[in-house]
Design a protein around this ligand. Structure first.
Ligand SMILES: O=C(O)c1ccccc1NCC(=O)[C@H](O)[C@H](O)COP(=O)(O)O
Length: 232
């Protein structure tokens, strides 16, 4: 049974955890190798221990050294919802994702434009949640025209391949335009607890990769971001 990222974000919030989607990020254009001798499953197990709401993995090969097979392996090895991030432009890629146990698929409004709604509907027809990603007011208008229940706000300009600075100013600017019951996810460039606090003033969840992958003590850092939860 495919796990729902939407439901896990809601559940984590009800439990008074911060809803954190933790990315297993193997490589970045800015920092290079991020695994640093660890296995993908090592990272997955650490994230699982920290009560994250879900897992993100980039399958894009050229800039992020991702692989679809690794995505499939992650999905097979966790009960958490897994989001596939890539530059998806076709129904074929939706179908390919649906054949795995992956839960959600990134659809980038800036790339898809007026085809965004069509691919969102295709995701839903195949039992996959769509996370429509925006970076501008124009993108936000596109996202609002779709049936997506998850909208990601990318704090970085993806065309700059992470050479822009981090921070959450884009979330602070764009989130108020998204007048919708869809859940909002602040993505990218979140590296401090101040970024986290500011992002969660406007979003329901955050998506974090680099800050966790580069942490000296990953488990400690992830737990700081997830927070104490409602448990004693
Ligand atoms: O965000 C995108 O649109 C995207 C699409 C395809 C490959 C990579 C993409 N962006 C990079 C990421 O997804 C980030 O790794 C992720 O948002 C985490 O960001 P950070 O915490 O700054 O590593």
């Amino acid at each position: 049974m495919r796990k729902s990222l939407y439901k896990m974000i809601k559940l984590r919030k009800q439990e008074q955890f911060n809803a954190v989607i933790a990315e297993i990020k193997v490589h970045s254009p800015k920092h290079g190798d991020l695994l640093r001798g660890r296995s993908v499953l090592d990272i997955l197990r650490t994230y699982e221990k920290c009560d994250v709401a879900g897992i993100s993995y980039i399958t894009e090969k050229k800039h992020f050294r991702g692989s679809f097979e690794t995505f499939r392996e992650i999905c097979r090895n966790t009960d958490l919802p897994v989001l596939r991030k890539d530059f998806v432009t076709s129904v074929d890629e939706v179908e390919r994702t649906a054949e795995t146990e992956g839960s959600a698929l990134l659809l980038i409004a800036r790339i898809l434009g007026d085809r965004t709604a069509e691919l969102v509907d295709s995701c839903h027809d195949h039992g996959v949640e769509a996370l429509v990603e925006v970076h501008s007011p124009y993108d936000a208008d596109i996202a609002l025209e779709t049936s997506a229940r998850l909208i990601g706000i990318n704090n970085r300009d993806i065309s700059r391949l992470e050479l822009d600075d981090g921070g959450v100013e884009v979330t602070e600017r764009i989130a108020p335009l998204l007048k919708t019951p869809a859940l909002k996810v602040s993505e990218s460039g979140i590296s401090t607890l101040d970024h986290l606090t500011r992002a969660l003033r406007h979003a329901d969840a955050v998506l974090v990769g680099t800050a966790f992958m580069l942490a000296d003590d990953m488990e400690r850092r992830v737990r700081e971001f997830v927070g104490g939860g409602g448990h004693a």
